[in-house]
Design a binder for this molecule. Structure first.
Ligand code: KIV
Length: 272
């Protein structure tokens, strides 16, 4: 390991909890490959999520359900090789933890052992409590995920805002408290009303990181491909695009094609 690697103050689950205590917001973005993870980490992001959104973004599936544990291990390993500072959290994919806490533990162990990541994320509340607790017995930090949980898309039927009704909001708050009590070190809240998200963040001691959950939480997460404008079909209200890379890349590729066809590329200086 280089001395530069050793000198960096790494982000740990304890650092995130300290950040919440002193009111410093937590920044989190996704990455699924070495190059993007290096850029995001060097920019100073606190948490990198190897999300199962890789199923959509990297593999072209319509939902997050098809991605496999082997594929998640492969994405996570590439990210781990790139990252020096950020905490790396990896999604346990659909079908590798629900309803069987022993399988959940085995899946989490595979992620940690084969990729070198730092923590896992699971979707769900009360119904995954046993899995969360069992994974924690192996010393593996767990991040929770409530609200819109894309692995349950066929139960919800839509990607609409969750927990607008009082009953669902009360259940979400109860689930959040269960996850905290079970030992989760942080929680993601996806696409829920901002007032509810702020209430959850205020009632929990662990950091609450939002996506489409307003500004009253302890941090924010976005899918990197969306915020860079590499994807263009997906435009929810909560998404702020910082670049329009789809158009930039499209333009560059078109220019390259023109240059090749017109014999402009390579020129005298670009050959041996
Ligand atoms: O898979 C993912 O990218 C996620 C974020 C949307 C939080 O879970």
């Amino acid at each position: 390991m280089s001395s530069a690697k050793k000198d960096v103050k790494k982000i740990t689950t304890h650092v995130l909890q300290e950040m919440k205590r002193r009111g410093e917001k937590i920044s989190m973005l996704t990455a699924y490959d070495f190059t993007m993870a290096k850029i995001v980490d060097n920019a100073g992001i606190d948490v990198i999520l190897v999300g199962d959104s890789a199923s959509n973004v990297m593999h072209g599936h319509e939902t997050t359900l098809p991605i496999t544990l082997d594929q998640m291990v492969s994405h996570a390993s590439a990210v781990v090789r790139a990252v020096n500072r950020a905490l790396i959290v990896v999604d346990l994919p659909f079908g590798t933890y629900q309803g069987n806490s022993k399988e959940a533990l085995n899946s989490a162990i595979r992620i940690m052992k084969e990729s070198g990541a730092h923590a896992v994320k699971l979707e769900g509340g009360k119904e995954i409590r046993e899995s969360v607790e069992r994974i924690l017995t192996a010393g593996i930090p767990v991040m929770g995920h409530l609200g819109l949980t894309p692995q349950s898309i066929y139960k919800f039927g839509t990607y609409n805002v969750r927990a607008r009704e009082e009953e669902e909001a009360a259940k979400l708050l109860e689930d959040a408290k269960i996850l905290e009590k079970s030992g989760c070190f942080a929680l993601v809240l996806e696409k829920i009303p901002a007032t509810l998200a702020a209430k959850v963040a205020a009632e929990l001691a662990i950091p609450v990181i939002g996506i489409g959950a307003g500004n009253g939480v302890d941090g924010q997460v976005l899918v990197t491909h969306d915020m860079l404008g590499l994807t263009y079909e997906f435009s929810p209200r909560f998404l702020r695009r910082y670049l329009n890379l789809y158009d930039e890349i499209n333009g560059a590729v078109k220019k390259y094609i023109t240059d090749v066809k017109s014999k402009d590329f390579p020129n005298d200086q670009e050959q041996y």
